[in-house]
Design a protein around this ligand. Sequence first.
Ligand SMILES: [Zn+2]
Length: 183
Amino acid sequence: MTKQENLRKIGELNGKCPICGEETFRITYHIYTTPYVGDIIIETGKCSTCGFRWADVGLLESGKPSRLVLEVNGATELNAIVVKSAPAIIKIPELGVEITPGPAAQGYITTVEGVLLRILEHIPSECLKEGSECYAKVQDIREAMKGNVKFTFILEDPSGKSSIFGEGVNVKVEELQTEDIEP
Ligand SMILES: [Zn+2]
């Protein structure tokens, strides 16, 4: 099977832009078929008036609200594929990371290492300076990306559309209780 056959466009929709309010927000839908978790839906939006861009991803057949837990011990897990849907919360207790999505939250597909890179890219710039209070946290994340730190990667998704998968990757799936979901 070629890459083309794995990814197919299923439709487009014009709607109201959440930023500027014009009816020029175009969302395109693609289905991506994976051997591990079946079909993934990819939604990408762009407003031709203000340039606002938006994206979300998720399993086509979404399940119950779920908590996915991955013990990261090295390269195998760092290279695991992460499908993070817009409402999913990322938690890494050992690194003091908890990312709760805001109203304009997006979904994306990356690897565990890619999630750590995103975290580093969004960290306040003063934390990158040696001697700052949060510099140690940056160093911990950098060491984790090299595989020198073991940590627990948790995705809590009230929509049940997120996934973590890969060869040799062992993900624990727990049901997310409603009291776990923050309003
Ligand atoms: Zn707009």
